[in-house]
Design a protein around this ligand. Structure first.
Ligand code: AMP
Ligand code: ZN
Length: 468
């Protein structure tokens, strides 16, 4: 498989460190709110990479963190008058629900920054011992200029950065040896969560978290490190500096970055009023449509989100699902007999399509081309298969389309709809569970219903439900 490596700016053949094994680290969200549609892009894209590597027979160790200590979390906790762990735990739960609806597999490990503090302290200590970091008044800084490769991922020149930084230096930074130095450990402020350390009570810097968690759960060298393109600088550049300085070996072999998602051609922002959470979008569309929409573009291209484009993704996906529904009906009635010559030809064309799908995926995860191959298969199924077709050929086409969709995380099984009675019984059970303060069971039922496309709304008159 070829992967475009941000580090070398080239498509390169992917060669894992250890045969048949892949360690992938994807920078995860800061959990202070519901995730928005832009955050869903890396989740879906790199989940698809994982599914494709699994299809190829790799053993994939997929690690994605939750940043659960951060200024934004602390600010929200102060606003709501609750401990900051309440905010992070609440939104980790909510992010996991969204991921489930987007059919994003749970990571092999989802480490949380607050649970890895001792290892962070240890890495800082190593960096200080090796002369790459220093402490001033309870803050530990990374000595950026001491790391010779600084700027290699983003292609930035350290002297240009220095000039830019000097002009925007902010108050309190005078204590740094150099304007480019960044924080590894910051001292506590009143009312903030903190942990003891050799440099006083405080909390870790954001960049450090990923260096430490990737080393712990994958190793010194990661096969693929991924995230959105906004993370290239400074986040990933700083991760490289910390990890390579501490471990003395290359940090990641391949760097993959997804392009940004924009709304109606504009940057998404709360102030422009064009900011959508996955939860809000899930009220309007099954989230499978959003997954399909995101994969309809190449992951490195910018992607524009608009109602019109999502509507069109919705009808495209329906074309696939309808064809699968028809095949499933044909299958139930089909005749079990040998393939005739035309059917044999059709069967070999299906295999060619599978090869072409794989070629597209092998070419830097070109899901856009992979999806167009699925459409060709759908067309073939719609025109080439009928009531009198042999069971074996119908079943082959049905299974192959299903398998390829599954690699993209698109579910095509024709599921029986939950009957109204069953839904109402589950809702009643959920109410009882809530009354008994069994929130885990209540959440489980909500998720089960969500997976069936049933949305619940708690109103003053009781729980209302609708199908998406
Ligand atoms: P954050 O919580 O801001 O660190 O973001 C979590 C992930 O979402 C990171 O990989 C970001 O690069 C990615 N991300 C944030 N906004 C967008 C966007 N508009 N389009 C694509 N990816 C994004
Ligand atoms: Zn990171």
């Amino acid at each position: 498989m070829k992967i475009y490596n941000t580090m070398t700016r080239k498509k390169e053949e992917f060669v894992p460190i250890e045969e048949n094994k892949v360690g992938i680290y994807v920078c995860g969200p800061t959990v202070y709110d519901y995730i928005h549609i832009g955050n869903a892009r890396p989740m879906i894209v790199f989940d698809t990479l994982r599914r494709y590597l699994l299809y190829k027979g790799y053993d994939v160790n997929y690690v994605s963190n939750f940043t659960d200590v951060d200024d934004k979390i602390i600010r929200r906790a102060l606003e709501e008058g609750v401990p900051s762990s309440d905010i992070s735990e609440r939104f980790i739960r909510e992010v996991k629900k969204d991921m489930q609806e987007l059919n994003v597999m749970e990571a092999t490990v989802h480490p949380k920054a607050t649970e890895e503090i001792p290892d962070m302290i240890e890495m800082i200590r190593t960096l200080i011992d090796k002369g790459f970091a220093y402490e001033v008044n309870g803050t530990v800084y990374f000595r950026t200029r001491s790391f010779p490769g600084y700027g290699k991922l983003s292609g930035k020149n350290i002297d240009d950065l220095e000039a830019g930084h000097r002009s925007i230096q902010v108050a309190g930074e005078q204590e740094k040896e150099d304007a480019l130095d960044f924080v590894l450990w910051k001292p506590k402020k009143e009312g903030e969560p903190c942990w003891p350390s050799p440099w006083g009570e405080g909390r870790p810097g954001w960049h450090l978290e990923c260096s430490v968690m990737s080393r712990k759960y994958i190793g010194n060298i990661i096969d693929i490190h991924a995230g959105g393109e906004d993370l290239i600088f400074p986040h990933h550049e700083n991760e490289i500096a910390q990890s390579e300085a501490a471990n003395g070996v290359e940090f990641a072999r391949y760097w993959m970055h997804n392009g940004f998602l924009r709304i109606d051609g504009e940057k998404m922002s709360k102030s422009l009023g064009n900011f959508f959470t996955i939860r809000e979008i899930g009220e309007k569309y099954p989230l499978q449509v959003i997954r399909f929409f995101i994969l309809s573009a190449h992951y490195r291209s910018p992607l524009n989100f608009s109602d019109q484009l999502v509507e069109s993704a919705k009808s495209s996906l329906e074309r696939i699902l309808n064809a699968m529904g028809r095949l499933s009906d044909l299958l139930a009635k089909a005749e079990d007999r040998e393939l005739d010559q035309k059917e044999q030809e059709l069967s070999s064309r299906v295999q060619e399509y599978v090869n072409r799908f794989e070629q597209a995926m092998e070419d830097d995860l070109n899901t856009a081309d992979a999806i167009s191959v699925i459409f060709e298969m759908v067309k073939l199924a719609n025109t080439g298969l009928k009531e009198t077709s042999a069971k074996a050929v119908i079943s082959e086409v049905y299974e192959k389309i299903g398998k390829l969709c599954d690699i993209l995380g698109i579910q095509t099984e024709v599921k029986e709809e939950l009957l109204d009675d069953k839904i109402e019984a589950l809702i009643a059970e959920r109410q009882a569970a809530r009354k008994a303060k069994d929130f885990a069971r209540a959440d489980e039922i909500r998720n089960q219903l969500a997976a069936e496309g049933i949305l619940l709304e708690d109103t003053r008159e009781g729980v209302k439900w609708k199908r998406k």
